[in-house]
Design a protein around this ligand. Sequence first.
Ligand code: SF4
Length: 462
Amino acid sequence: MTKVAADFLEQADEKAFDLAHRKTISFNIGRYDAAVARGLAKFENLEGSKRKAHVIKWKVIENLDKFLPEFEANFLKRGGKVIWANDAAEAQKEILAIMQRAQAKTVIKSKSMTTEEIHLNEFLEKHGIESLESDLGEYIVQLLGQKPYHIVTPAMHLSKEEIAKLFHEKFQTPIDATPEQLTQKARELLREKYLRADVGITGGNFLIADTGSVALTENEGNARLCTTFPKIHIAIVGIEKIIPSIADLDLYWPLLASHGTGQNLTVYNTLLSGPRGPHESDGPEEMYVVLLDNGRTNLLAQKEQRQALNCIRCGACLNACPVYKNIGGHTYNTTYSGPIGSIITPHFKGMKEFKHLSYASSLCGKCSEVCPVKIDIHQMLLLNRRDAAAEHQNPKAEEIGWKLWKKGMLKRSWMDAVGGKFKNFLLQKFFKKAWGKYREMPQVAPKSFAKQWEEQKKTKLE
Ligand code: SF4
């Protein structure tokens, strides 16, 4: 077992019995569930919308070589600049080069999982550049020195009392401050930063091929401030985020909002198609889009699993997953956690290190059921397990064990060659650890069913 897998198991064990964690998550996901039920009720034909969203994304992912250049050409026409980054190191290098050219010292960021993926904050800080999160949830986890717990709600694991305590310690707000008072404090602290920041960095929820635009979706208005005040705006977006046309947003925006937070539409939806024009008063002087691969083409090469690239990062599968709800987002130790993280991470970061995530599932299928773009998530988990086995990524002992098991199961004489006592000994010896300390090992009957049947038949004949 790799160290990553061993750490995962240890932390999962710990978190699953952390009752305070469970209470906070149950409360927050309970509120989410109620909001989503209301949001989904607004669709006249939800199933039809999901199917359409799946088909459009399928078409895009099968034709990335057409849609990405179309986006690039249209964005360039409006004065934007496009950078293609194969991996995190290339993206970091290019972003740093832009900063150094502009002698930038401060960055203000809006929530973006791609920047988490390339560890941008840590990288910039190493180069003496201050990088501040402006999304309230991200700001809170940044103050705590943590990573986002969830792809949509980064501070989902914290109660309002814990956040009040954090603000009390950091900014001397009352220990029993209300969420409104805390938000007001964060606003006071951040407003000044927007005005002073040299560069604004965002992700992008969608890239629109036919207009060459980046679509941003948010609830706090902070992404608008990040892209309006600083002189330079950099959007870092995964190559799979592309959709063919601006007309497709009337499908994807409501699907994302309803599945992400239960809203009909997220509060702020912004389309950015390049830097400030000659007759415009707002907006950056320069705008860059970093098109990030970072393992996505590895997944694209997998014919059966590439539908995982359809993901619009709504987070619904995380909230639905019984494993995620018990072990929490940080336990995965990956940028993308929960069911979607479990299927894409082995392709993004390596099957050998992350194949254990394919087993972090009860295979109940709830994730596939809630997905707005109809990704067959639990089937992808099985395909990843199959691939890991085919590539001989599992330990040798496990491979031999399964081979022997298969042989035995297919041959009656092998099954009957040893009695229940010996079978129980084998189970205890080789499977006890994998079975886990919280479950009792099943007991094999002293005589097999076939033997008992035979004996019964004989007695009847006598
Ligand atoms: S896999 Fe589906 S449900 Fe999960 S985050 Fe992506 S779009 Fe949402």
